[in-house]
Design a protein around this ligand. Structure first.
Ligand SMILES: Cc1cc2nc3c(=O)[nH]c(=O)nc-3n(C[C@H](O)[C@H](O)[C@H](O)COP(=O)(O)OP(=O)(O)OC[C@H]3O[C@@H](n4cnc5c(N)ncnc54)[C@H](O)[C@@H]3O)c2cc1C
Length: 398
């Protein structure tokens, strides 16, 4: 059986490798050039995502690119500790979670897929997809048609395959935050941060995050409550102007953020944050979806990529067990929908806690202290981070 997978982000190459493990021949298409450069943000693959990477035999290939991370340390605008959120239970080797530059993880997964003999075609933008009784196909921007037994849309939050499945499918929802990210290299400020922990600060005018790396750098981000950044504003605002604005937002708060921003390099500017809470139709005929294409949580959830990796393993298991792709897609939806929609809802709540104004923030600090204390002591995130997916027992470990 041959599967055409659209999208070479996180879900795409992971799904390609999981499908190959159960005996399906994947073809991976991505719109981008093979070398995507180093731009963009960092993210964390929590323990559930790490387990999914392990299930497809990709963990050892990518682990050296990641920064071991085991907790989020939440801090109020006044500098008071609000609580510590664990990113999952440790594996036998002690590892909990890994933080990566998003482009590096995507490139490493795609490289590994190639090494395993999977055909990967970059600069192949899909413009449409269709299905009939015998198979499914995609059309490329170039006009070429590529057919397979099934098509899987791993093409992210603005999925073309989702629209082909249901032209009325909902589109992304703006979360009220614009995201900025950067790095401050070889900085003494790293010593003010706990190794292995994201320091996350509900600042007076924005939300800040920072992670020290073993190399002595600090990776940081700022979520700014505001209207979406327009294309024109993004194109015409120089990085130095954004950096001054971000430093001003941090000036009233304690901690290293003001200095990290002024001495660092901006790598991501004015990235509007969205989610996609509910997609009514997940599949049609031999067209199916994985990852952000069906369930994009707000970045604040810290789970989008981990869920995409879980999808890869679960969909491969469903295809292995089912007699037809149509049945496999239906079982996949039954197994996944309630979990992923619950996580997206959590992400939306977490995102809205970052958009509070200065007055709300004072009241919110007291509430957040109680909330985070409860999360830390009762392990209320365990249903998310300690979830484990595996390939079927009769499948050889990739
Ligand atoms: C700022 C930020 C921070 C985040 N932090 C975290 C975090 O800490 N932890 C976490 O787990 N998640 C996080 N996420 C979410 C995570 O990045 C996504 O959930 C994850 O990347 C989804 O993977 P995906 O493969 O489904 O989609 P994507 O990564 O978006 O990949 C989609 C791919 O499809 C390709 N594509 C799109 N359209 C087409 C087309 N028409 N034809 C061909 N190819 C196409 C694109 O080029 C891309 O390569 C964050 C997201 C953002 C924006």
């Amino acid at each position: 059986m041959r599967a055409v997978i659209v999208g070479g982000g996180i879900a795409g190459p992971a799904t390609a490798m999981a499908l190959q493990a159960v005996g399906i021949e994947p073809l991976l298409l991505d719109a981008n050039p093979a070398d995507r450069g180093e731009a963009g943000s960092w993210f964390t693959i929590a323990a559930n995502g790490v387990a999914a990477l392990d299930a497809i035999g990709a963990l050892e290939h990518v682990r050296g690119l990641g920064v071991p991370t085991d907790r989020n340390v939440m801090v109020s605008a006044s500098g008071r500790a609000l609580g510590v959120i664990p990113l999952g239970s440790p594996r036998e080797d002690g590892m909990v979670a890994l933080s990566f530059k998003r482009t590096r993880l995507a490139a490493a997964l795609t490289d590994l897929a190639r090494q395993r003999g999977i055909e990967v075609r970059s600069q192949s933008r899909v413009t449409g997809a269709s299905t009939d009784d015998r198979g499914a196909s995609v059309t490329l921007e170039s006009g070429e048609t590529i057919a397979g037994d099934l098509v899987i849309g791993a093409d992210g939050i603005n999925s073309v395959v989702r629209s082909a499945i249901d032209p009325q499918a909902p589109t992304r929802r703006y979360m009220g935050l614009a995201n900025f990210g950067g790095i401050t290299e070889s900085t003494a400020l790293a010593e003010s941060l706990e190794p292995g922990a994201w320091r996350l600060v509900f600042g007076r005018r924005a939300f800040f995050g920072a992670l020290p790396t073993p190399a002595g750098d600090v990776v940081w981000f700022v979520n700014v409550p505001r209207q979406p950044v327009s294309r024109q504003e993004r194109a015409t605002t120089p990085p130095a102007v954004w950096q001054t604005l971000l430093a001003d937002l941090a000036a009233a708060d304690p901690g290293p953020f003001h200095d990290l921003i002024t001495t660092g390099r901006l790598e991501l500017a004015g990235d509007n944050t969205y989610d996609l809470p509910h997609v009514p139709t997940w599949h049609r005929g031999r067209l199916g979806l994985v990852g952000d294409a069906i369930h994009a949580p707000a970045p604040s959830s810290g789970q989008g990529a981990s869920m995409a990796l879980e999808d890869a393993v679960v969909l491969a298991s469903c295809l292995h067990a089912a007699t037809t792709p149509e049945r496999a897609f239906a079982t996949f939806e039954q197994q996944r929908r309630s979990r992923v929609e619950r996580i997206v809802a959590e992400g939306a709540r977490s995102s809205s806690s970052k958009t509070a104004g200065p007055v709300q923030r004072i009241v919110q600090d007291a509430i957040l202290r109680i909330v985070f204390h409860r999360i830390a002591t009762r392990g209320t995130q365990a249903w998310i981070t300690d979830h484990r997916v595996t390939l079927p027992a009769d499948v050889a470990r990739p």
